[in-house]
Design a protein around this ligand. Sequence first.
Ligand code: GLU
Length: 422
Amino acid sequence: MRSEQIEWESPMYRLAVSQLDQTAVRMGLDENIWERLRSPQRAHVVSFPFRRDDYDTVETVVGYRVQHLLTMGPTKGGVRYDLDVDLGQVTALAIWMTWKCAIMGLPFGGAKGGVRINPRELSATELQRITRRYTAEIIEVIGPDRDIPAPDLGTNEQVMSWIMDTYSQQKGFSVPGVVTGKPIEIGGSQGRREATGRGVISCAIEACRERGIRLEDVSLAVQGYGQVGSTAARIASHLGTRVVAISDVSGGVFNEKGLDLDAVDTWLGLHGSLAGFGGGDAVTNTELLTLPCDVLVPAAIQNQITEDNADQLRCQILVEGANGPTSLEADAILTGRGIAVVPDILANAGGVTVSYFEWVQGLQKLFWTEEEVNDRLITLMQRAYRDVSELARREGVGLRTAALMRGIGRVAEAKRRRGIFP
Ligand code: GLU
């Protein structure tokens, strides 16, 4: 490449760019477009104060909003609250959003935002003040036609409500379309909360179908029992799949015969975490990954499957619910071992797909039933999975490479059509 980019340096950025570089070589991608795609078009770095609940302490925190690609329409992507947030990480996540939207055929480029805080240590009032101030800091770069935030790690519907309210207060009228993943009461979509988990399971179903595996015969392990993981486990269990392991930040639980998810939810309602749940053997989050199972869904955080444990995984199919759970080295090991990897940019695209539905419903002021949303989501997920799988077969590559080829290919073609200004 002609110029080195040092601004975004971080392990996740290196992963996202290595994936792009490897795929670009394979596709024979035009070098001018290739280089353009390696860095975001816009990156906003802000630091701002927020008042702790004691009223005397004021802390300064750092926040980001990165817009990778403005070619396809407004930019789209979540906002995460996490201590690991840095510019490179948010940039990598924005790059993945670009591919994700292109694979699904959504009219968005990729974006991501984040604030470097530990949301678990903060009260609801502190989170509200941080969210409102962060929104004020990035208000010029977001908007329904500009860039549309959504929930991600550490954020939820409530955070989206505060962003929407802050933005609307500044504009002087309600602007529901500035975020997706909102509560239904203020213009959210039916089915958005479950959408990512539902999409993950749609991919697992397709991958099993291709291999002639019946869902009733499948054992499933899910790392991370948050919004994505718990929905995936629930839907799979309704379809007759045995959920043998789940985990949260406190650790996990394994039961070869299948976990009783009702009992899990009751326990979580009472205790707030899986620690002490007696419905199986206690395992760590690392141990969960190497348990015997047919389908493994990492739905927690990035960088979980690395060269240190990739040769110990015992699943047949890995469906990435989280963003960036598998390192480049691990990916090669898994492919070599014949484990099918349904990559994040396809497997977890259900979230942004229903975000797109939410945005469209908001623009039209015409709302769909939950059944309509779910049917349309499943149709789009199946179409995208089959398209990527067919491309993988034709090109003799894994699903990740095929998904990247599809995403990058569509974006490159759009860039070529639009040309360069001036
Ligand atoms: N944060 C989610 C993701 O990583 C959803 C983004 C959205 O709905 O815009 O795909």
